[in-house]
Each structure stands twice: as structure tokens, then as C-alpha cells.
Design a protein around this ligand. Sequence first.
Ligand SMILES: Cc1cc2nc3c(=O)[nH]c(=O)nc-3n(C[C@H](O)[C@H](O)[C@H](O)COP(=O)(O)OP(=O)(O)OC[C@H]3O[C@@H](n4cnc5c(N)ncnc54)[C@H](O)[C@@H]3O)c2cc1C
Length: 380
Amino acid sequence: MDFELSAEIRALRDSVRQFLDEAVVPHIERMEAAKEFPLDAIRQLGRLGFMGMTTPKEYSGQAFGNVALAVVLEEINRVWASLGVTVSVHNSLACSPLAKFGSEELKRKYLPKLASGEWLGAYALTEPEAGSDAANQSTLATRDGNEYVLDGAKIWITNGSYADLFTVFARTDKSHKTRGISAFMVERTTPGFTVGKEEPKLGIHSSSTVEIQLEGCRVPVANRLGEEGKGFHMAMDTLNGGRVGIASQALGIASACLEASIERARERQAFGKPISEYQAIQWMVADMATDLDAGRMLTYRAAQIRDNGGSGAQEAAMAKLFASRLANRAASSAVQIWGSAGALAGSPVERYFRDARITELYEGTTEIQRLVIARHLLRS
Ligand SMILES: Cc1cc2nc3c(=O)[nH]c(=O)nc-3n(C[C@H](O)[C@H](O)[C@H](O)COP(=O)(O)OP(=O)(O)OC[C@H]3O[C@@H](n4cnc5c(N)ncnc54)[C@H](O)[C@@H]3O)c2cc1C
């Protein structure tokens, strides 16, 4: 067992950190306050190869794998969770399922544009009555000759205002719940496809989250991802990868909380000495660091299982469950260590606290991760 990251992954981590420090960090505070989407950063990340991290090389990707993606996502989220979720959704929920399940024609048509960052991808599963119960899809895809006609609504779609290509899940057979769902690659410019207004959110203010309306939206049969009726299986497999991405996001936020806590604890004086000299503060910092290392191990393990061709369903759920909760503990401790300055709007730890909360909600809530893990443990 090797607990060291490879030299290639460490070099990737250093290069993304350098890019972020130089081109992104100086703008975060202003853009987050203005809820401005980081489109420039995405285009630049695309040119550097970070928008096609797991995409095969023959489709202009980097083929670095999921462990490398986890490490890079932790770095991005360490500075800016709004950018982190955008990159995570694009790589793990848009590029990965297309590379895994798409026809040769679809892969050649779309992957090079996505992997270069020229196009942004999105994943549209959630509906008003299909959140945790994702199989309860009511968006319909009705076959009409060489096309499917899509009708319905999707909500909470990350990257929605800026995405060029959406993986949309819809019901092709009303008589089966999970086996009646199929997946479609839908271009934003398709007639009948409408993007709604931005949702105002608790955190990740610079990320894009929208509702989508599909009204008589005609999609060629060639744009169906995989076989008819296999959409739910693909949606769940894709989320296993996505959960590793959100676990990495949580690690990045927790890592930022730890750094901010150490810096503040060394500087801030109370009763004549730095607060870092009080055991109450030391224990919070020690717990944060220990949690973070444990979370990394769970996350890298899940990523490696996926790199080795496994589904990693249970391990990805464990990684996301543990990492999202540790990020919330770390953010709460960081605010505590900062004292009232941590409650100030615009302070870094205030942003981490708000951003951390959402990691327990998307790509399966904390309760759903436990349900997935328990199902694996208890099935006979
Ligand atoms: C910022 C943001 C971005 C998002 N991006 C996307 C995206 O890009 N694409 C997309 O498709 N979706 C996206 N989502 C949607 C997200 O994945 C869902 O909101 C999430 O799965 C939870 O669904 P829900 O909100 O309907 O909660 P509900 O399903 O209504 O759940 C409410 C509560 O009940 C609990 N609960 C539900 N069922 C059970 C059960 N069986 N056992 C125990 N507890 C249960 C839940 O854990 C939760 O606490 C995003 C959400 C947010 C907030």
C-alpha cells in the first residue's frame, strides 16, 4: 500500500495551485460578492487541460484518472468552492458518462469541445418531485421517428446558465420505474429548451444553478446516451464518480478552514498570549487535521477503485458522507477560532461555513449516502 501521491499527480497539484494563486485568487472576493460566474477561469483551466481530466486522449482529454481529478479538485475548492463545483460537475458528471457510455459518433462530436473547455457541460437529473427519489422522473421522452420529443422540467442544474451541453434524463417507458428512464445529450440551442433564472443560494454564490424547461424539445435518436431504458443505471454510476468530486470539494473547504484557523490562532492574542497556546484551540486544530487526512484516504480509495474499473458505489458514498460532514465541522471550528471576525460577511471563514453546508445536500444528501452504504452492507 502506497500512501504517497505519484510525482505526476504532485506536479499537477503544484501547477493548478500556481495558476489559481496567480490568475484566480486575486478576484475571488469581488466576484463572489457580485455572484459573478468564473467563465474566464474555466476557459483558462480548459486550455491547461483541467476540463478533460479523465477524458481519453483520443478525444483531446488528459486521461489523468480520478485520483488526479480528486487532488486537483481539492486544490481548486481550497480557494474557491464556486469554481470547484463548476469544474467537478463538468469533469465528473458531464465528460465522464459521455466517455463511458456514449457512441463513437457522440464522443467524437462532443468530447473534444468539452475537454478543451470550449464547451461547458451540465447534468440534469433532479426534478421538482424527483430529488433523493431520483427514479421518480416525470420528464417524458416520446419517440417520433428518428427523434425523441422531450417534455418536462429540471431544477437545481449546476452550470445551467453557461452550459452548452446537458445530459438530460427522461422517462421513455411509464410501466417501469428505474428501467423506464433514458439519457440524452441535449444542446442548449435546441428549440424547446429554455434555461430559467439563477437561484439565489446559501453558498457557492458564483456558481450557476438554474431550472430548465423542456417543451416539445426534439433530440435526434443518435443523441441518446447508451441503450434505451439504461438511463437510471448511468445516472447512478455517474453519481458515484460525482460523489468523489464533492468529497474532494469538501476536503478543499476543510483544508482552507485548517489553514485559516492556524494563521488566526497564531496571530490573535487573548489574556496576554496567542490563542494557539490554549488547549481548547489546539484540540480543534488537531481534530480538523486528523479528519482531513482520514477524509483524503477515503476519497483517494474511492477514486482509485473507479480508476481500476470498479463502481465504487459504497466507497464513494462513504467518502462523500465523511468528507462533507468533516468540512462542516471544520468550518464551524474555523468560525469559532476566528471569534466574531468569523461571522463577518466577506471574511473567508464565513464563506467556507456557507459553502461547506451545501456539500451535505447535492449529489445525494447525507441521509442518502448512509442509505447507499447500508444497502451494500445489509443486502443478502
Ligand atoms: C447548489 C445545488 C446544485 C445542484 N446541482 C444539481 C445538478 O447539477 N443536477 C441535478 O440533477 N441536481 C442538482 N442538485 C439537486 C440535488 O442533487 C438534490 O437537491 C438532492 O439530491 C436532494 O434532493 P431534494 O432537494 O429534492 O431533497 P428531498 O429528496 O426532498 O429530501 C429532503 C430531506 O429528506 C431526506 N430524505 C429523503 N429521502 C430519504 C430516505 N429514503 N431516508 C432518509 N432521509 C431521506 C433527505 O436526506 C433530506 O434531508 C443541486 C442542488 C443544489 C442545492
